[in-house]
Design a protein around this ligand. Structure first.
Ligand code: FES
Length: 117
């Protein structure tokens, strides 16, 4: 399948050390994070522990601390840092000329199994 990129926002639209939520119809949201080095990451907005909204967590380095029980999640992989265990789906990100893009195929297909009841 050819990769199609969907423009999401500008890097500057995402708070430094924070996140912006990308809504999806009938699917869990995607959180797009920005760290202190302006690196951009995208994960399903659900903690692998109990589904906490990672977009409301605090970014530090290349990790985010879940706002619910403070698990640390690697932004690059979506996986919890040991001793905690579990991963949330991560999304491919492209940044070009200060603009953030997500993969259209992933946006329609990824993270559906985590759909809220
Ligand atoms: S839901 Fe994220 S640490 Fe519990």
């Amino acid at each position: 399948m050819t990769q199609q990129w969907k423009p999401i926002c500008q890097v500057d639209d995402i708070p430094v050390l924070g996140a912006r939520v990308v809504k999806r119809v009938d699917q869990p949201d995607v959180a797009v994070f920005r760290n202190s080095e302006d690196k951009i990451f995208a994960l399903l907005d659900k903690c692998p522990h109990k589904g906490g909204p990672l977009s409301q967590g605090i970014v530090f380095g290349e990790r985010v601390a879940c706002p619910l029980h403070n698990w640390n999640i690697e932004l690059g992989s979506g996986c919890a840092v040991a001793p905690d265990d579990g991963c949330t789906p991560k999304f491919s990100v492209k940044v070009e000329k200060g603009k953030v893009y997500l993969d259209v195929n992933e946006l329609t297909a990824l993270g559906l199994e985590a759909k809220a009841a």
